[in-house]
Design a protein around this ligand. Structure first.
Ligand code: GAR
Length: 208
């Protein structure tokens, strides 16, 4: 059984998609053991509680410095006996120690087709604003492993989504979530739970 800890910061619709996919049997052999939010007001915490999952807030504001916050975060992930860390709308820059301790065992969902519209400053609605400003016709979402860079780790799954002429950042965000994020995040977790994802020479290979 793959033990998953999910890190969140906001609404938690991706968390909900994972919860629902486990309940529906679309993700096999995995369970969410803990949800951690840096934001005490994140609705994702309520979603976790509603699903009977342990939900904790670890806010940087509760610690005297960044180091103590990082220590507490790593400890909370270790204590849950975590096999896979899933970043589902997590807006915290992860400590280097966490990335090295869980190398190849942290995944993130990004709301664009990496390497477009990613890196520093590209998160949440800002991504969709930039997509509309540039006028691309196709965007999408990417699930990737997390390394030391911003959105630079090996790509696991991607899905394209059409941009419409009358889109606002909000309508585009919603379509990218519905058509891409909520599908490829559960799919990627299921592939990992089945032991079908390998990293080779900085790229992922999915065993058939
Ligand atoms: C999602 O669109 C996710 O892709 C994005 O934040 C949103 C969180 O929504 N993540 C990033 O931008 C990370 N760089 P949610 O809380 O409803 O899942």
């Amino acid at each position: 059984m793959l033990r998953i800890t999910v890190l969140v910061s906001g609404g938690g619709t991706n968390l909900q998609a994972i919860i629902d996919a486990i309940a529906a049997g679309d993700i096999h052999n995995a369970s969410i053991v803990r949800v951690i939010s840096n934001n005490p007001n994140a609705y994702a915490l309520t979603r976790a509680q509603n699903a009977g999952i342990e939900a904790v807030c670890i806010s940087p504001k509760s610690f005297p410095d960044r180091e103590q916050f990082h220590k507490a975060l790593l400890q909370a992930i270790d204590e849950a006996d975590t096999d896979l860390v899933v970043l589902a709308g997590c807006m915290v820059v992860l400590p280097a120690e966490l990335i090295s301790s869980y190398r190849g065992r942290i995944i993130n969902i990004h709301p664009a087709l990496i390497p477009s519209f990613c890196g520093k400053g590209f998160y949440g609605l800002h991504v969709h604003e930039a997509v509309l400003e540039r006028g691309v016709r196709v965007t999408g979402a990417t699930v990737h492993f997390v390394d030391e860079g911003t959105d630079t780790g090996p790509i696991i799954l991607q899905k394209a989504v059409d941009v419409h002429d009358d889109d606002t950042p909000e309508t585009l965000q919603r379509r990218v979530m519905e058509e891409a994020e909520w599908k490829i995040m559960p799919q990627a977790i299921d592939l990992i739970a089945q032991g079908r994802v390998r990293i080779e020479d900085g790229r992922t290979r999915i065993d058939q």
